[in-house]
Ligand binder design. Structure first.
Ligand code: AMP
Length: 393
């Protein structure tokens, strides 16, 4: 369990509470096209309102290189006003903490809500600069971080500000993420099975190394499996291959023994396209000039068998090029399997979350992480700066 102060452990009555949320929502022509992140932030915001705090919300949106109307949080203020059923005052300062913000905060009564402008309007945000961190701290008495998606980065609005505020706690979303991921990795009900896929071995090396010491089985599929095939001496045609990592893959194979499950057959295609010719071959029988696009049917059965008895499963990365329907079967099979087993199932954000939601299995999973990068770093066993910065209990 997370040993950090949460919103349940602090008394914010009458205090100005700066709450860092993840309002990084898709906006097209000024309209929010998916408000999932706003809805997900409501429990913490409502709790702070109910407790009589003066709630000052902040977030980044996209990656502007300074003030840029395209990345204004104005539409978020409007949407939050509707979702909360009370006015969210938008303090539109190009400096984020400027005259508008100071005046809006000075006018707040207990339970009022103000939203600051996009934190990325300040270039120092992503460098954890002192001045902006101090500016943020100057308008609040307490700080709550509920933005898991940025927890792996040390920015002003999630880490820097905590240096200048006495009270720093985490919100409900953050707590849920850490509790699920933390319990899965450090205190799993066994058997504990991890499923890793996606394009590259290189981006998941630390995850593989950390998880191998924790799991009962590690299933590897997707583009990254071909580097392991090459390590076994198989010809992988024109598949994704990271030649620099073949030696590493050999070491992992030796270290992992039968803990590691790799595909035994593969769907190969003569082009990287949904319209390509394709067929199923055994893992060691690739045709010259063809590329691996998905796990094959025998592999789907073997992976499903390994997952059937699992009590804890963490999944990160698709089993194939799931964006192309002809090569999505492996990824879909894993999603279906996880939806139907009696286990704690944790989806590590990004593509796996997209696949699960696409199939309508979202609510069959125990937890779908809101932070792809942050959840990966968590699975690497790293301490996340955004979490570390909160006060211990
Ligand atoms: P990552 O961002 O590393 O998790 O990788 C996700 C991407 O890996 C998705 O866009 C998939 O299409 C891609 N991918 C999965 N399997 C393969 C494969 N066999 N060949 C090429 N790309 C793949």
């Amino acid at each position: 369990m997370l040993n950090k102060k949460s919103v349940d452990d602090i008394n914010v009555k009458g205090l100005r509470v700066l709450c860092r949320c993840d309002f990084n929502v898709p906006i097209i022509d000024g309209k929010i096209t998916d408000d999932t992140r706003l809805v997900a932030a409501l429990p913490t915001i409502k709790k702070l309102i109910a407790d009589g705090g003066k709630v000052i919300l902040c977030s980044h949106l996209g990656k502007p290189k300074g003030p840029d109307a395209k990345f204004s949080l104005a539409p978020v203020a409007e949407a939050l006003t509707a979702l909360l059923g009370q006015e969210v005052v938008f303090a539109a300062d190009d400096t984020v903490v400027g005259d508008n913000a100071r005046a809006a905060v000075a006018n707040m009564k207990n339970g009022d809500v103000v939203l600051l402008q996009n934190t990325r309007y300040r270039a120092e945000e992503s460098k954890c600069g002192e001045e902006f961190s101090k500016d943020l701290a100057s308008i609040c008495d307490a700080f709550v971080n509920d933005a898991f998606g940025t927890a792996h980065r040390a920015h002003c609005s999630n880490v820097g500000v905590t240096k200048y505020v006495d009270t720093a706690a985490v919100g409900y979303l953050m707590q849920k993420e850490i509790d699920f991921l933390g319990n899965a990795v450090d205190n799993p009900v066994r058997p504990f099975v991890a499923v890793l896929g996606g394009s590259k071995v290189s981006s998941k090396i630390s995850v593989i190394e950390n998880l191998l010491t924790k799991v009962d089985k590690l299933i590897i599929g997707g583009g990254m499996s071909y580097t392991f095939f090459a390590a076994k001496g198989y010809n992988v045609g024109t598949s994704l291959l990271e030649a620099d990592y073949i030696e590493y893959a050999k070491e992992m194979l030796a270290k992992a023994g039968d803990k590691l499950l790799l595909p035994v057959d593969t769907v190969i295609a003569d082009d990287f396209s949904n319209d390509a010719n394709f067929k199923v071959v055994d893992a060691d029988k690739f045709d010259e000039g063809w590329m691996g696009m998905d796990i094959g049917p025998k592999t789907r059965t073997i992976f499903a068998e390994a997952l059937k008895s699992a009590k804890t499963v963490v999944w990160n990365g698709p089993m194939g090029v799931f964006e192309m329907p002809n090569f999505s079967k492996g990824t879909m099979a894993v999603a279906e399997c996880l939806a139907n087993i009696e286990a704690t199932t944790i989806i590590g954000g990004g593509d796996s979350a997209a696949a699960v939601n696409q199939m309508g299995y979202g609510d069959k999973m125990s937890h779908i992480s809101t932070g792809g990068g942050a959840s990966l770093e968590f699975l690497e066993g790293k301490e996340l700066p955004g979490v570390a910065a909160a006060n211990d209990k």
